[in-house]
Structures are given as structure tokens and as C-alpha cells.
Design a protein around this ligand. Sequence first.
Ligand code: ATP
Ligand code: MG
Length: 472
Amino acid sequence: MKLLNTLRVRFALWTAGLMLIVLVLFGTFVYFSMHQGLANSIDDSLRLSTSQAIAAVNIENGQINFSDSLPEGSGVADLQERGFTIRILSLNGDLLQAVGPYRNISIDLLSIKNAVAGEPGFSTISLSDSDPVRIYTAPITNDQHLLGVVQVMQSLEDLYATLKQLLIILLISIPILLIVSAVSGYYLAARALSPIDEITQTAQRISTEDLSARLNLHGIDDEIGRLAMTFDNMLSRLEDGFKRERQFTSDASHELRTPLTAMQAILHVTRQRKRSPEEYEAALDDLSEEMDRLRALTEDLLYIARGDMRPTMPHEVVNLSNLLTDISESLQPMAEFKGLQLKQNIQSNLYIKGDSDALIRAFVNLLDNAIKYTNEGEIKVNAMRDTNESLQVTISDTGRGIPPEHLPHIFERFYRVDESRATQGFGLGLAIVQEIVQTQNGIIEASSQVGSGTVFRLSFPMIEDTIQESEI
Ligand code: ATP
Ligand code: MG
């Protein structure tokens, strides 16, 4: 039973089964056509021999001259040599003259009658001690007068011997062919399926610790080759995913450690001796600053970690014009504090479908970056209808810019251009922004010139501004 569970055994059995049906049908066809062909040729030769025998009958004055007919007639000896039996009978069926081994077998009166009525015909007589005999019965005529009946007979021994031989050949060759086809079916299946065993073994080798195994069945462009390629691609994606998760976890723990270590250091230093109330207050301020960092980081981490659970389709109608104006106004003091101008050029009544909390988070992050990485100049927030279906928001600054080699990576989690960490941040802001924009069906891209500034360009699918009730 267990053997039947392997595809190759089943394939071999199927091949053998089909082959058995084909061979049996073919064998039956060959056997019966051979039988028919041989029987026809015997009948033909009987007919021919009968004409030869009639020609040998000596007819004188409208009478058969028996003394000069069989066996002396010309050609009769030849027929006899070839195993034919020839009989001459009267119109009543009485045996008058005969030569050959079957001259005494019983006379079938019906065939005599038919011959006398002008219908020569064949009949077969079974014998108890040997193979059946085929008989051709025909009238002997002279000038329209019926003189008698002639019968030429031949044993069917050769026919049966040939058919028997054919049967033996078929019975021996069919099982041999069946075995050959089953064995070749097994090996063909084994050959075709061997990559599948390889896939199974590779899949067994794979664990979350090691996803590096690959099948590498390149160059085979069949079903199995494509399966192997899909399998390899899937493994690559899984490996990338696992690597990213691992990187994220280690980066996250690293970032979490920094404020914790700072807090520990503050506590340690403060506790070394008695402090004045002012010193305690300063230490508490420092602690609170680190706490803020820690809270901000955990919030960002939580936001990213919950990524998969957020609904993918935005649900509410958001008035982006009002939302951007509010954010810009609330960040105005922060920009002014750094001596920067924050300008807005926002078209009114721009509506999108989205999640307003997430959008606020995204734009605050972008403006926070713009303010953080710009030391002088201005920050501009533009929003306008782009085409009928989309609108565009740009946030540009005149800050330090992002070097081109860093630009493709800024949306990665924990990626920061400033390795020395001179400015505060975790490198999570843009990763969150990108995720938010994508969930709102938007697109974000950045362009930058080192030394002269950075532009973030966002575009969102717009909805018609007729739905005023749910305005933000
Ligand atoms: P976080 O936002 O998590 O507090 P962050 O601001 O360093 O930290 P991101 O907002 O993801 O992280 O930005 C990634 C990096 O891209 C930044 O460290 C900074 O080097 C660069 N960057 C982002 N925005 C700008 C900008 N407007 N001008 C220049 N560089 C920028
Ligand atoms: Mg940032």
C-alpha cells in the first residue's frame, strides 16, 4: 500500500494498464484478420483447384469417362500432391470416383443439392480424429447438361497451426511488452520527478534560522523548472523579510537602549552625593527629556509594529486643504524659533479619502524634518489640484539636502544620513510617512540638492468636493 503512494509506481501501473488494453486490442485484431486472410486464401485456392479438377474430368459423348478421369486426368496428380482430395459424385450424391486422403468422409447432401441447383458453395466438416476439412462443391456440366458434382477438399490443419503459432507469439510477447513498459514508465517517472525529491529535501532543510538554501535548477524551462524557480523566489522573499525583521528588532532594541542608558547615567551621577534642590530639578528635567524621547520612540515602534493590523482602505473624506493649513500653523512657532519662514500656498477644497490622524502624522513628520534639517531660509507647503483625478502636495526646504547616495534609502526604517547623530531622531519618521502615504493610495518621492534643499512630492487620488458634511 505504501508503494502505491509514490507517483512513479502509480505512473508505472498506469502505463502498464494502458499498454495492456492497447496490446489486447491489437492482438485480437491481428489474430482475427490473420484468420480471415488465411481462410480467404484457402477458399480461393479451393475454387481454383476445382476448376482444375473439372478440367481433368474426361467427358466423352456427353458422359463422364470414369476410366480416364480420376486419378489419371492431367493436373490431378499435381492437386493430389498439394494435399487436395477430389471426389466425383452423381447428381443424387452417390460417390462415383475419388482420390486423396479424405475421399471417404460423409457426404453433405445439402451442398450437393445446391450445386445441382447451380449454386456452388463452401462447407466445413469437423472430424473427430483430425482438424476440420474445407470443401468446395461445384457442378460438372457439358453443353448446359448437368453430368455430376465435383468436390475438392483441403484440411484446415495449416490454418490452425499458423493461428496457434500466432497465439503463442502474442501470449509470450504481450507480458514481455507489459513488463518493459512498466519498467520504462517507472524510470521515466523517476527521472522526471527527481527534482521534486530535491525540492522536498531542500524544504526539509529550511528553518527560520537558515533560509539560504536554494534549488538553483536553472535552465529547465518546464513545469518542474518553473515550480523550482517559484520556490526559490519565495525563499528569497522570505529570507529578505526575516532579515528585515531581525534588523528591525536589533535596531529597535539598540535605539531603546540609548535613552535608557542616558537615564541610568543621570540617576547614577545625581545619586553620588547630596544635591541642591536646583541640581535635582535639572536632573529631573534631563530625565524628562529622555522620557520624552523614549515615549516618542515607543510610539513610532508601536505604529510600525501594528502596521499589518491597520485597515488598508482609507475610510473618511478628508479636507486636505484645511488639514495642511492647520498643521502649518501649529508648526509655525517651531520654525520661527529657528529663524525660518514657513510659507503656504494651499488651494482650497482639496478632498481625499483617507485617515486624518495618519495624514496629520505624516505631514508633521515631513515638516519636522524640514525644520530640523534646515538652518536658514524657508520652508514651503504647496498643495494643488494636479489633474482631475489627483492632487499634489510638495514640502520643500532650503536646508542641507540629502547626498544622492543616501537618497534611495531615506525611507528605510532606522536609516539616517547623519551617522554622527548630531541631530536627534531615530530614522523612523520617513518610514512611517511612506507607509501612511501608501495606505492612502498615494505616492511619495524625494528629490534633493546637497546644500540647497530638499523637496518631498506627494500625490493622492482626489475625490469630488461635493461631499461637504464630513469635512475636517
Ligand atoms: P525621526 O524622524 O525618526 O525622528 P529622522 O528625522 O532622522 O528621525 P527620518 O525622518 O526617517 O528620520 O529621516 C531619515 C533621514 O533622512 C534623516 O536622518 C535625514 O538625514 C534625512 N532627511 C530627511 N528629511 C530631510 C530634509 N528635509 N533635509 C535633509 N535631510 C533629510
Ligand atoms: Mg524625521
